[in-house]
Design a protein around this ligand. Structure first.
Ligand code: PEP
Length: 247
């Protein structure tokens, strides 16, 4: 089965009502490659707005979900609440949450399990820090992060993996095509050995970290790069060129 190219836009904590409307209207009017699955992820407060106005095949993802149901969890949002407003995707394990908020591999895995059980599809973010890359432990780190999820989840058909080296996020320092392909191939090998041949063949593995319209075409040529998770550049008109860079 061919893996459909996938491009996600993570708006992080950026945007106002006016700005988010304008970004989405730009995407609605753009000529987007129909062979690319496109997801945008605005801050939670703008999810219903995004759902209401996004067209042209653009889907919407939350940037987080809690691993419990509805209840006494102040400030959190459940999978059921995301589904209630028509959101079918969630980003889990972003390095900004792992690093700044101390989210552990175990918590990321627990949230992934809860999201899948609640009917959401998951963009699961993994990636090594600069120190870990320099120590030569990149593959150990990403497979450790993946294993925590595999301990909780056996069906990977609603998971998209985003490999995002922490040193490349928001720094302007993109991984080379060789660096990206090497890690993506190792992730696919891990899927084959740990989950199943089917998961290895069908799971989309995105690259994230300073992707722009200038570097996306070359990255997209790599056999194990099935798309991108884009931060800063997803707020700009050039996001359309990144979407259309599918090889
Ligand atoms: C991200 O936030 O997932 C990301 C990859 O950010 P940026 O593209 O800005 O590096």
């Amino acid at each position: 089965m061919a893996r459909k190219f996938f491009v996600g836009g993570n708006f992080k904590s950026n945007g106002t009502t006016t700005q988010i409307k304008s970004i989405i209207e730009g995407l609605n009017q753009a000529s987007l490659n129909p062979n690319v699955e496109v997801i945008i992820s605005p801050p939670a407060i703008y999810l219903p707005l995004a759902k209401e106005i996004a067209s042209n095949g653009v889907q919407v993802a939350a940037q987080n979900v809690y691993d419990k149901g509805n209840g006494a969890y102040t400030g959190e949002i459940s999978a059921a609440q995301l589904k209630d407003v028509g959101v079918n995707w969630v980003i889990i394990g972003h390095s900004e949450r792992r690093a700044l908020l101390g989210e552990s591999d175990k918590f990321v895995a627990s949230k992934t399990k809860a999201a899948l059980a609640g009917g959401l599809s998951v963009i699961l973010c993994i990636g090594e820090s600069l120190e870990e890359r320099e120590a030569g432990t990149t593959i150990d780190v990403v497979t450790r992060q993946l294993k925590a999820v595999a301990d909780e989840v056996s069906d990977w058909s609603n998971i998209v993996i985003a490999y995002e080296p922490v040193w490349a996020i928001g720094t302007g320092k993109v991984a080379t095509t060789e660096q990206a392909q090497e890690v993506h191939a190792a992730i696919r090998k891990w899927l084959r050995e740990t989950v199943s041949d089917k998961a290895a063949e069908e799971t989309r593995i995105l690259y994230g970290g300073s992707v722009t319209d200038k570097n996306s075409k070359e990255l997209a040529t790599q056999p194990d790069v099935d798309g991108f998770l884009v931060g800063g550049a997803s707020l700009k008109p050039a996001f359309v060129d990144i979407i259309n860079s599918a090889a």
